[in-house]
Design a protein around this ligand. Structure first.
Ligand code: PMP
Length: 385
C-alpha cells in the first residue's frame, strides 16, 4: 500500500506537486504550526511513550509527582525567559488557557452580590472572552463589552473584571489595563508573551496571569495552559472550579508538556531564536507587500528593547490586523475573500468590518500562499490606477 498523502488544500495530484492557482488560502485560524519544523528537528528527544498500566489513577491537582515536576519546569522557564515573576506565586494548570479564562472570572467575581461583576475588555479583543462569559450566564458576572466606557464609572459597589491581552490578539500591542480602582480586577492573558511574538521589556508581575503551551511550543492540540497567581484566595477558588469541572488536567497531557518543556529548557535560546526569526521574517515580507498598497494598511509595532535577546528587536506579531482604506471597501473580509484569502472578520473582535485579522503563525505553505495572494491583490491596485 502506498502511503496516504495528505496534500495542502492548494496542491493535488499523486505527489502533491500540482498547484491550484485559484485555491483559497486559509489565514483564519490561530493554529501555531510555524513551530512544527522545530519539533521535526527534535523528534526523538521530544517523544513520549506511556505503557498501558502507567498512571491510571485519578489525579488530585497538586498531589502527583508529575505535576510538581512540571510546575518546577514552568517556573524555571519563566526565570530563563524573564517574562513573568513566579517566585512566591501559585501555579494552576488548566485544559488550555481557555478553561482558565472562565475559572479566573469565576474566582474574581463576588459571591451572591446584589450586582454581578461586569466583565470588560479593550476593543479589539479576543472574542472568546465575550462568548464564554455569555455562555455561562452566571448570577455573579456579566459581559459588558468595551472597557473604556467604564473609565469614569464611579459606583464602587460594582466589581469590574478587565481582560487585558498583552500582546493583544488581534493587533499585537503590549496592552495594559485601562481601568483602575479598588473594585477593578484584571486578568492578564499572556498567551503571546514569548520572544517568538514580542520583545520582553520586563517580567510580567500581575495578580492573575494566564499562559498556554499552545503559543509557546505550538502544541495547541494538547490543551495545556497555566495560571500564575499572587493571591491565595483566588488560587483556591480557581482550583475548586477546576476540580469540579474536569478534576484536573490529563496526566498524558502533563507528561507531554513536561517532555516538551525539557527540550525547550535544554535548548537554551533555541526555540525562541527559531520562533522569533521565523515570525520576524514573515512580518518583514508582509510589511513589504503592504507598503506597496494604498488599499490596505496594517498595524505599526515599533522595534523595542528585549531583555531576553539583550538587544532592540524588530516586530514579529502573531497576526496582521489589516484595515481596508478605500471608502467603498466597507466589508474588508469580502474584499480579501474575493482575492482568495480567508481571514477573520474584524466584527468578531468588536472592531468593525473595515478590519480583518490574518494569521501569520500557520505553516510555511499557508504563509507563502498568503503572501502570493496578497501580492496579486496589491498588483491589481496598480492595474486599476
Ligand atoms: N487567549 C488568547 C488571546 C488566544 O489567542 C488564545 C488562542 N487562540 C487563547 C487564549 C486560548 O488558547 P488555548 O486554550 O489553546 O490555551
Amino acid at each position: 500500500q502506498p502511503p496516504i498523502c495528505e496534500c495542502h488544500s492548494c496542491y493535488g495530484g499523486p505527489d502533491c506537486s500540482q498547484f491550484f492557482p485559484h485555491c483559497s488560502v486559509n489565514a483564519n485560524g490561530g493554529d501555531p504550526l510555524f513551530l512544527e519544523p522545530f519539533w521535526v528537528q527534535h523528534a526523538a528527544s521530544s517523544a513520549v511513550v506511556i505503557a498501558g498500566w502507567h498512571r491510571m489513577s485519578y489525579l488530585h491537582a497538586d498531589q502527583t509527582q508529575i505535576s510538581q515536576v512540571l510546575e518546577s519546569h514552568i517556573r524555571k522557564l519563566h526565570d530563563t525567559v524573564g517574562n513573568a515573576v513566579t517566585q512566591g506565586r501559585y501555579i494552576l494548570f488548566g485544559v488550555g488557557s481557555t478553561q482558565l479564562l472562565n475559572a479566573a472570572v469565576y474566582a474574581l467575581s463576588p459571591y451572591n452580590a446584589s450586582s454581578p461583576a461586569r466583565v470588560v475588555a479593550s476593543i479589539p479583543f479576543y472574542p472568546v472572552y465575550e462568548a464564554q462569559t455569555t455562555l455561562f450566564r452566571s448570577m455573579d458576572f456579566r459581559f459588558e463589552g468595551d472597557a473604556s466606557l467604564w473609565k469614569n464609572y464611579s459606583d464602587t459597589n460594582t466589581d469590574i473584571i478587565e481582560f487585558v491581552t498583552s500582546p493583544n490578539n488581534p493587533d499585537g500591542q503590549l496592552n495594559e489595563a485601562v481601568l483602575q480602582g479598588r473594585n477593578v480586577k484584571a486578568i492578564y492573558d499572556r498567551a503571546y508573551y514569548w520572544p517568538h511574538f514580542t520583545a520582553i521589556p520586563a517580567p510580567a508581575d500581575e495578580e492573575v496571569m494566564l499562559f498556554t503551551l499552545s503559543k509557546l511550543t505550538g502544541h495547541a492540540g494538547s490543551r495545556f495552559g497555566w495560571a500564575v497567581l499572587k493571591d491565595e484566595a483566588t488560587y483556591q477558588r480557581m482550583k475548586s472550579y477546576l476540580q469540579l469541572t474536569v478534576m484536573g488536567v490529563s496526566r498524558e497531557t502533563q507528561l507531554r508538556a513536561l517532555q516538551l518543556l525539557k527540550v525547550v529548557l535544554q535548548g537554551g535560546k533555541d526555540i525562541f531564536e527559531f520562533g522569533h526569526e521565523t515570525m520576524r521574517k514573515r512580518w518583514e515580507r508582509l510589511s513589504k507587500t503592504m507598503s506597496m498598497s494604498k488599499r490596505f494598511s496594517v498595524q505599526k509595532i515599533p522595534p523595542q528593547y528585549c531583555t531576553f535577546f539583550h538587544k532592540v528587536r524588530e516586530a514579529s506579531p502573531a497576526y496582521a490586523w489589516v484595515k481596508c482604506e478605500r471608502e467603498e471597501d466597507k466589508d474588508c473580509y469580502a474584499v480579501l475573500q474575493a482575492g482568495n484569502i480567508t481571514g477573520r472578520p474584524g466584527g468578531l473582535f468588536f472592531a468593525g468590518d473595515r478590519y480583518v485579522r490574518l494569521s501569520l503563525i500557520r505553516s510555511q505553505d499557508d504563509f507563502d500562499l498568503l503572501i502570493l495572494k496578497l501580492n496579486q491583490l496589491v498588483h491589481e491596485e496598480d492595474d486599476r490606477q
